[in-house]
Design a protein around this ligand. Structure first.
Ligand SMILES: NC(=O)c1ccc[n+]([C@@H]2O[C@H](COP(=O)([O-])OP(=O)(O)OC[C@H]3O[C@@H](n4cnc5c(N)ncnc54)[C@H](OP(=O)(O)O)[C@@H]3O)[C@@H](O)[C@H]2O)c1
Length: 299
């Protein structure tokens, strides 16, 4: 398959590029730093810097859209919120415009979203039919998904990846947590009752390949493991696997003071279940957190 990937240089994109290249797919990665694509995504991967380089004559069988500014890395000022929105929604709109102009349309657009779509919901189990939330990250996901779904008008199958916390030792939130946990400084966040819906990076990758290869799959899928846990359970499971105690508590008011509105991502949460993936017969290699941590942190 000829596949165009945005965000291919990121944490998820790099492993996806490796997996797709290994099975013989021909990849083009859109990147603001095209000179780094060969190093990060593989030497056979073609790089483009601007979507204008996608001429109507070029043909892609699939487009995978992962690009977006990191959501937790900086304080959510109104300027930062605009950057977070533009890097996702505007880019997705431009991508769909290119799909519209292509002489031969891709068969499928797989576009990232996040479980933040559902807003902060204390205890209900949320499948793909649950309503969207109203807070900033929920509205970001709603508008991001709407921009991608516009490609349906051109006969393209659209799959939306409502992604939970991707567990990968090499990046993302788990990497940030590992040093304090290994130094016995791991801590529960607030009262620890908030839900964390996570997924092992290998299951994430397998799910994307599965959705790419199953022409009947369309619309939103929760990419989370079947067994979400509370923050207290997550903290204890991680402490157990690194063999160090985690007896501290990061008080909610300190996190709110330090992080502002972004602290919702740590103190709120949602109990998300991958109903549509399970219903479609997808098999999770790491359905529970202890098995996921054991595999990721085995060395
Ligand atoms: N990792 C998770 O746990 C998680 C959870 C939920 C949702 N997601 C979503 O899944 C997607 C991929 O996640 P990830 O963890 O792989 O992200 P990542 O490591 O931060 O990579 C995102 C990529 O997006 C591109 N990008 C960043 N800012 C951009 C901008 N202003 N304009 C255009 N491109 C920009 C970058 O590519 P270049 O520098 O090459 O341009 C970067 O490599 C993201 O959209 C993220 O929001 C991730």
């Amino acid at each position: 398959m000829r596949i165009l990937i945005t965000g291919g240089t990121g944490l998820i994109g790099r492993t996806l590029c490796a997996a797709l290249s290994a099975r013989g797919d021909e990849l083009t990665v859109l990147s603001r730093r095209p000179q780094q694509v060969a190093d990060l995504c593989g030497s056979g991967v073609h790089a483009i810097q601007h979507l204008d380089e996608w001429t109507p004559e070029m043909q892609f069988d699939a487009v995978i859209n992962l690009a977006g500014e990191p959501i937790v890395d900086a304080y959510w000022t109104s300027k930062r919120k605009q950057v977070l929105r533009d890097s996702r929604i505007q880019l997705t709109q431009q991508l769909v415009k290119k799909i519209q102009q292509a002489k031969t349309k891709p068969r499928v657009l797989i576009s990232a979203s996040a479980i933040g779509y559902y807003g902060m919901v204390p205890d209900l189990s949320l499948d793909e039919h649950a309503p969207c939330g109203k807070d900033f990250s929920a509205q970001l996901c709603v508008d991001w998904e709407r921009a991608a779904s516009a490609a349906k008008e051109f006969g393209v199958r659209v799959v939306l990846l409502r992604t939970g916390l991707v567990l990968d030792e090499t990046g993302g939130m788990l990497k940030k947590m590992l040093l304090p946990f290994r130094c016995a400084l791991g801590s529960r966040l607030g009262d620890g009752k908030q839900w964390m819906s996570w997924i092992h990076w290998q299951d994430y990758l397998l799910a994307v390949l599965y959705l790419l290869d199953h022409p009947e799959a369309n619309s939103a899928f929760n990419l989370t493991a079947p067994a979400p846990v509370t923050n207290a359970e997550f903290t204890q499971a991680l402490a157990h696997v690194v063999g160090r105690p985690a007896v501290f508590v990061a008080p909610a008011f300190i996190l709110k003071l330090a992080m502002g509105e972004r602290s919702d991502l740590l103190l709120g949460g949602q109990k998300v279940v991958p109903h549509r993936l399970l219903q479609s017969g997808f098999h999770f290699e790491f359905p529970d957190l202890p098995s996921a941590f054991q595999e990721i942190l085995k060395s």
